[in-house]
Design a protein around this ligand. Structure first.
Ligand code: SF4
Ligand code: SF4
Length: 324
């Protein structure tokens, strides 16, 4: 990643380029969480799948060293192993975002590798998680497969959405539990207020409230040696200690309908090529303070790459990143 960024920024002098590709080979899911925007936006294309060839072509087109595969639930795709192995063969790292219920389908088909990691969606301990995903027993099944995966030698990370109304202690207990299990890294982010989620908008956190809760959770985890995955600059941003501009172009998203413009969270339109996405999106009109829908966004897809790209202008920040 460091070599790629240095080449793009310092040698090619590229203004905008993919840092991480979000590749959604299908949109259907085996859960229907009440906070999920994806399954509501793409219900009309649940029958569609990206082919292996299309996934590999898109990964080449983007050129990013890291490919995140969310969905929907990617393990539902019958050729997910060919997609993952094909992208790895291009020399890229693959992070598969999953709800964990079908992880066992990967065992024996996608071998453990330092170029592949599961990123399992876990929003709390048993009761809180099962409530977040609207189904009993999900926590038990997902964490059971996570344990099995770790024993088999897979890299396992987690992604936790922090919601309003959940006590900080719940997250401290969860992260302590995940660390003891041997999880490699815990990613945390506040829930994004999707317009398409009409059932329970109260759960989403406004910006200041999100920053305060995030800071409180991380303060209470101090000294517990939790393997948080957020880089230190993004961590400061999530606590309100730093301000950044959104660089949604750094994490472009390809779906069964094409490239989402402008970002992983907002889809004002879908376009057919990465060139169109970069040239025809009015990037300056998005971000906090520019588009009301962005007001409370603190998400990785808008701001984590900014922290890394901005560090190129600050030797101190670059050192902090390199250390982390
Ligand atoms: S598991 Fe993920 S993709 Fe599936 S419904 Fe829940 S949030 Fe949406
Ligand atoms: S601020 Fe968030 S919602 Fe707005 S464009 Fe950036 S990533 Fe998307």
């Amino acid at each position: 990643m460091a070599t790629y960024l240095a080449r793009k920024r310092l040698i090619e002098r590229s203004e905008r380029f993919p840092v991480t590709l979000m590749l959604e080979p299908l949109e259907i899911c085996n859960l229907a969480c009440h906070g999920c925007g994806r399954i509501r936006e793409y219900e009309h294309v649940f029958h569609k799948r990206l082919s292996v060839d299309e996934c590999l072509r898109v990964a080449e087109e983007a050129g990013a060293p890291i490919v995140n595969i969310p969905g929907g639930e990617p393990m539902i795709h019958k050729q997910i192993d060919e997609i993952v192995l094909g992208i790895q063969a291009q020399g890229r790292f693959v992070y598969m975002c999953t709800n964990g219920l079908l992880m066992n389908r990967a065992f024996g088909r996608i071998p453990p590798s330092n170029r592949f990691a599961f990123v399992v969606h876990i929003d709390g301990m048993r009761d809180v998680h099962d409530h977040a995903v609207d189904r009993e027993g999900v926590f038990e099944t997902a964490t059971g497969y996570m344990r099995e995966a770790i024993e088999l030698g897979y890299r396992v990370c987690t992604n936790t959405t922090i919601y309003r109304g959940t006590a900080p202690e719940e997250y401290v207990e969860l992260f302590t539990f995940l660390r003891a299990m041997g999880v490699e890294g815990c990613v945390t982010s506040p829930g994004f207020d999707y317009e398409s989620v009409t059932h329970d908008r109260q759960q989403f956190l406004a910006r200041k409230e999100a920053q305060a809760l995030y800071a409180q959770v991380h303060d209470e985890c101090e000294g517990l040696d939790i393997p948080f995955y957020n880089n230190p600059l993004f961590h400061d941003f999530l606590q309100g200690k730093r301000d950044y501009r959104c660089t949604a172009w750094a994490m472009p998203t390809y779906t069964v309908e094409g490239w989402r413009s402008p970002c992983y969270l907002l889809a004002d339109e879908h376009v057919g090529s990465l060139r169109e996405l970069y040239e025809e999106t009015d990037w300056d009109s998005y971000g906090t303070g520019r588009d009301p829908r962005c007001a409370n966004c603190l998400m990785h897809c808008g701001y984590e790459a900014t922290t890394i790209l901005d560090a190129f202008g600050s030797p101190r920040d670059l050192v902090a990143l390199a250390r982390s």
